[in-house]
Ligand binder design. Structure first.
Ligand code: SF4
Length: 284
């Protein structure tokens, strides 16, 4: 089925987010999902517009809160494939608390972060992913804070699926999102998605020169957390591919006590008080 709609994205020409949109649409189709089974929830930022550009259920939420909303959607109707999306400021600054807890909770949501190392929507301030020394309007003398290595953070938080890609590599990005959708648990996919308007340092050419594909590392084994961590440290986080996957870690949904077979969203809502109390007690 076609995940395209007739809304024209208003991203700047050349923005990396176009590829992420295309990759989500292709990956969902490849995974056998149909539009009425997909929900895309986004936060605030240029990337947050993405939920309006995909033919699916969509919710453009509030800053840093894509994950709480996406988790609520999944809990209410676990038959939906749920994708949360946003930028690095959205997910790794104001939304960082939600990111860490969604990771350790291992709820079955695919979280795609469009990481451009800057705040694009507000016209170019330093983000948690900006390198030390990075000059922006908010740091004219250069940032005095170090960049957050989100992939290492995800591994230490207990992530069961960690991947990283680049907007220029649509094939790999599509494949990783498809794997994330199929993964039974929380999947974090960080995408280097250049902001061509405000970030003149981390450009397409810069990434091409500095990224290392895991496919070029002999005997790389994504089921080894130790190797994943060592590789990230050796390459300063600048790797692409499936970094780590633990297929055996149970998802949150699999562990919720007394989770009914039928999704909440499809249950009869005309309940007597006694029935309502019984239903809500299952989530205590
Ligand atoms: Fe993309 Fe940057 Fe333009 Fe925003 S400002 S749409 S992130 S290129």
């Amino acid at each position: 089925k076609d995940f395209r709609n007739n809304v024209k994205p208003n991203w700047c020409p050349g923005c990396g987010d176009f590829s992420v949109q295309a990759a989500i649409q292709r990956a969902a189709a490849n995974a056998g999902v149909v539009p009425e089974e997909l929900a895309v929830v986004s936060g605030i930022g240029c990337s947050g517009r993405i939920s309006g550009y995909i033919n699916s259920y969509g919710l453009h939420g509030i800053h840093g809160r894509a994950l709480p909303i996406a988790q609520g959607v999944k809990m209410a109707n676990r038959e939906l494939t749920v994708i949360a999306s946003g930028g690095d400021g959205d997910g790794f600054a104001i939304g960082m608390g939600h990111t860490v807890h969604a990771i350790r909770r291992n709820i079955d949501v695919t979280y795609i972060v469009m990481d451009n190392q800057i705040y694009g929507l507000t016209k170019g301030q330093t983000s948690p992913r900006s390198e030390m020394g990075f000059k922006t309007k908010s740091t004219p003398a250069g940032s005095i804070e170090s960049s957050l290595n989100v992939m290492e953070m995800a591994l230490t938080a207990g992530a069961s699926f960690v991947a990283q890609s680049f907007s220029s590599d649509l094939k790999e990005l599509t494949s990783l999102i498809e794997k994330g959708i199929e993964h039974k648990g929380f999947s974090l996919i960080n995408v280097f998605s250049p902001c061509v308007t405000f970030n003149k340092v981390n450009t397409y050419d810069w990434f091409k020169e500095n990224l290392t594909s895991l496919s070029t590392i002999e005997d790389y084994n994504p089921s080894s957390r130790m190797q994943a961590m060592n590789t990230l440290m050796e390459h300063d986080g600048l790797v692409t591919g499936l970094i780590y996957q633990d297929k055996d870690k149970p998802s949150y949904e699999a562990l919720v006590n007394g989770f009914k077979e039928e999704a909440l969203a499809t249950q009869d809502i005309n309940l007597e008080k006694e029935q309502f109390d019984k239903l809500t007690a299952e989530f205590m």
